[in-house]
Design a binder for this molecule. Sequence first.
Ligand SMILES: O=C(O)C1=C[C@@H](OP(=O)(O)O)[C@@H](O)[C@H](O)C1
Ligand SMILES: C=C(OP(=O)(O)O)C(=O)O
Length: 431
Amino acid sequence: MPSPDWTSPAAEGPVDATVELPGSKSLTNRFLILAARAGGVSRLRAPLRSRDSLLMVEALKGLGTGIEDDGDDWLVTPGQGFGPARIDCGLAGTVMRFMPPLAALASGEVHFDGDPHARTRPMGPALEALRSLGVVIDDGGRGSLPFSVTGSGSVRGGSVTLDASASSQFISALLLSGAHYDDGVTVHHEGPPVPSQPHLDMTVEALRDAGADVDDSEPDTWRVEPGPLNPLDVQIEPDLSNAAPFLAAALVTRGRVRVPGWPQHTTQAGDAIRGVLDEMGADVILGRDGLTVSAVDGFTGIDVDLHDASELTPVVAALAALADGPTLIRGVAHIRGHETDRLAALAHELGALGSDVTETEDGLHIVPRRLSPTTFHTYADHRMVMAAAVLGLAVPGLVIEDVGTVAKTLPTFTELWTAMLGQRPSEGRTA
Ligand SMILES: O=C(O)C1=C[C@@H](OP(=O)(O)O)[C@@H](O)[C@H](O)C1
Ligand SMILES: C=C(OP(=O)(O)O)C(=O)O
């Protein structure tokens, strides 16, 4: 059931705000997977509580993992894993990709399905790779959800070659469970370049945090040795991709936004927003008190390759539509397989507002034009909501359809947004 529409608040002047963002989806869901089979109880400090991470929690609980929320942290008690079980992936790439290699270690049948659009997200190479490592999978020949994984308590593992150009998550998935396979796992990518390199680095770093022996020294090849994982005690960083729309508000309103807790070192792809905003002409300062972005004058269009940080595309596209010149976003052909076909969705919705947008083979060319308010459709995509809110700052009366879909990664988005604008939450009206 879609949630209500929301008339996105326009900016009444320059914002000057500090915005505290909840934890990273990608870190939370990786640490949950690792903790589920570690050698003791793990503590995840300040995890993200959102649809994607709660679906991961339910999936793991369904396989016998104990997860307790003490109000601040999640305590994860490993379980051996047993079926039969049914896993709802929602629209979460991390659940549909990261869970099957773990479910393969359980005994019994584990059935996977998700939201209607989840059935169209790419899965084929991931399922084929698991099969070649000795896992029994029934996907009815579709290469997508729904499918079932039937485990016998162990997985042979070994070496596998796959084409991960559609999603880096295919590789992360195998690595995150590979230490528990009898022969470990060696994953070799063959095909057009894998997107989202920072997410692969995040997987390797998280595995090493848990004591795994990982070799990523060869291009396009990753090896995880078999062996036990240590329990974790980890502080989850704020989600830097979710910070992007708030930082973008500094540019649109010629104001200033600070995000406390921005890490000095991180593997989050969203960290790339610093370079993007700097190139657009903002002042970007990373200090001990967090990241501060300010913009006094206008901001320019840019030519940017977002292959490594494609999650940023919707918000960067929204900024581009409000910039002082054209923007070319390149390197993101694979986001046609994200929550929705993001290139088509952005081209359509920005076009409906009045932008001059061309969908290229691997991105978008956006020429700013005068925009008029309309209903911005969001296609069950949290980042379309965020992009729409950025546009709404400068386009009074813009209505965001199904605003609640933002709960995929940021259930408190509208509250944070209206607070940033110095308004009470009730001032963002339900249309
Ligand atoms: O591993 C992860 O946590 C993610 C990897 C990326 O996926 P793709 O490589 O499919 O873009 C990213 O876009 C997604 O939001 C999260
Ligand atoms: C692509 C995204 O999510 P997922 O983890 O579902 O792939 C995203 O959050 O932008």
